[in-house]
Ligand binder design. Sequence first.
Ligand code: C2E
Ligand code: CA
Ligand code: CA
Ligand code: CA
Length: 279
Amino acid sequence: AKKEGKNKVLLYKENIHEDIMWHINMSNKLQKALDNKEFELYYQPQIELSSGRIVSLEALVRWNHPTEGFIPPSDFIPVAEETGQIYGLEQRIFRNALIQKQKWEQKGYRDITLSLNLSSKTLISNMNFRFIESILSEFHVDYTKFVVEITETAAISNVELAIERLNRLKSRGLKIALDDFGTGYSSITYLKQLPIDIIKLDKSYVKSVTDGRRDGSIIKFILSLARDLNLTVVAEGIETSKQLEYLKNINCSLGQGYFISIPQPAEAITEMLSNNTST
Ligand code: C2E
Ligand code: CA
Ligand code: CA
Ligand code: CA
């Protein structure tokens, strides 16, 4: 038993060492990527379930590494948040997304809302939040068609400050979405604290909506809560026609997921917008 214990300790140490090396390596690669402009924004449509029309787009960052190919955000966003590289990355993301929004507005797609993810680290950092605000001031786009999605709200150390910041965004016309709603990080308590306009129902609920009764009940409960509080609900992670039909039938207003469309580069989205009629 002792021997086994010792091996376990050794293994554990090796894993920690590997974790640290992986982390440092990722952070170095991120720095090169920022310098080499290896990041691109993809956009995933959100449709109005009743009509099938695209009403909004969520910008999602993509990292195309020259030798490793696509590296998923789940691998590098947490590292970037720890190292602080998220700030520079997010400033770039906001600027690029706003340039793209301007282009779409010029093409006549003025009613399409654009949603951007904002790290709660940026939200509560004085300097970096001010950078984001100054980027917003650079562009004269329709900010009533602009949403900031926040997540990992449990990590918000200063709720008062977060509320003040979100209200500052709202005073520019922006709307606030609570991401991954229903998961540990994003739950009902935040609904009464934070000035939220939209809740994004986490994909874990949508996944099993058609095979068990309980997730269906939970979603119906969330929808009625949202109606009472005057919030819009976006169901995330719709992967099947069954899920889509179910959500449509219980009057969920918006939906997003691979079944509707995967995230795509701006040009492909522009093409989709040109055919954006009711189904
Ligand atoms: P999220 O904000 O919850 O974004 C939704 C994620 O679900 C995206 O993953 C999207 O590609 C994926 N998804 C969309 N439809 C489906 C579906 O039908 N089924 C399944 N299983 N997944 C679906 P992605 O792009 O890998 O991003 C992962 C997370 O990384 C995002 O989760 C977000 O928290 C973060 N992230 C992505 N882009 C940004 C960004 O520009 N800034 C910040 N701060 N975070 C970002
Ligand atoms: Ca999101
Ligand atoms: Ca989400
Ligand atoms: Ca998320």
